[in-house]
Ligand binder design. Structure first.
Ligand code: TRP
Length: 335
């Protein structure tokens, strides 16, 4: 962190066994492109996962696995600070302070809170409500200029801006007011469920065949794509009303680096069966090097440990600087 580049911070929750093809093409793959131009911090948001009940042993192994997936996707530990959120205590400390500068009404309006409290009606805990404040702390600690997020997290970044501006209004320029960085709408960010091509591809798809995971074995990928919902016509073409085919063309284009038009031309004379087989093969092929790298990393736990330890140290130093400034401003006696 030299200070002359803009700072980027983002994170993913280690709440699943594998990132999805959508996560990869829509997020990680873009992060990789940012690593030279920006000072980037990428967090494993383990604290956020506790807002929904987790199994301890699973959370532990998934956190390590997600770090390996970050690196397998191409994030270079020498160029980016990769760290585990709970390893930097300043996140929890700043979140407490920011809680006192955030209104109940603001948090109650967050659409993700409303959605999740319906989905987990038996466990609407205070953490679920407070989740965006912890996220604001994540972002503000590092004076992040840009926060790459999907559209579902944009509201949280906007709340972060409000909190930062409010705090700065009282105490002077303490926080950098961040902006959401919505990646240029690449094909990757538009990938839909294979089983319901009107909905986003998501790991919580009610139908397990709807979502491709980056760690799915090749034969599973091929099978899921073979079963993808299409339509009763017999023409591979990208146009309105053909959501299933459009989605498969989008996936094919994204994993091969071709445009959707090129993809549509390539298959204009194909039947759905051949088309699906080709999309399946191309997707499995794209996952292969990721999975090889992942397995290599998971066999080298010492290396992963070195990465997250050094990440926590570097992140911790930056975070401590902001936190101590904040503590001074609000009137805490210096430690
Ligand atoms: N809430 C984000 C998600 O579920 C993860 C996250 C936590 C995050 N802290 C963040 C993303 C800070 C960006 C910046 O996707």
């Amino acid at each position: 962190m030299t200070g002359d580049k803009k700072v980027i911070l983002s994170g993913i929750q280690p709440s699943g066994d594998s990132i999805t093809l959508g996560n990869y093409l829509g997020a990680l793959n873009n992060w990789v492109k940012l690593q030279d131009e920006y000072d980037c911090l990428y967090m494993l948001a383990d604290m956020h996962t506790l807002t929904v009940r987790q199994e301890a042993a699973k959370l532990r192994s998934r956190t390590l696995s997600l770090l390996a997936q970050y690196i397998a996707a191409g994030l270079d530990p020498d160029k980016n600070i990769m760290f585990i959120q709970s390893h930097v205590p300043a996140h929890a400390e700043l979140a407490w302070i920011l809680n006192c500068y955030t209104q109940m009404g603001e948090l109650g309006r967050m659409t993700q809170f409303k959605d999740k409290s319906q989905k987990h009606a038996d466990n609407v805990n205070a953490g679920l409500f407070d989740y965006p404040v912890l996220m604001a702390a994540d972002i503000l600690l590092y004076k992040a200029d840009l926060v790459p997020v999907g559209t579902d997290q944009k509201q949280h970044v906007e709340l972060t801006r409000d909190i930062a501006q409010r705090f700065n209004g009282i105490y002077g320029d303490v926080f950098t007011v961040p902006e959401p960085y919505i990646a240029p709408p690449s094909a990757g960010s538009k990938i839909k469920s294979l089983q319901d091509p009107t909905a986003k591809m998501s790991k919580s798809d009610p139908n397990p065949n709807g979502c491709i995971f980056m760690l799915d074995p090749p034969e599973v990928v091929v099978k899921k794509i073979k079963r993808a919902v299409t339509d009763s016509e017999a023409e591979v073409a990208y146009r309105e009303g053909k959501d299933g085919i459009n989605n498969l063309l989008t996936i094919y284009a994204a994993v091969t680096g071709k445009t959707v038009e090129q993809a549509a031309n390539e298959f204009s004379d194909s039947g759905y069966g051949d088309f699906k087989a080709a999309v399946g093969e191309a997707t499995a092929e794209r996952l292969r090097p990721f999975q090889e790298k992942y397995r290599e990393l998971m066999n080298n736990k010492d290396y992963l440990e070195a990465v997250y330890r050094s990440g926590a140290e570097r992140a911790g130093r930056l975070a401590a600087r902001t936190l101590s400034k904040v503590m001074k401003k609000v009137g805490f006696v210096p430690r």
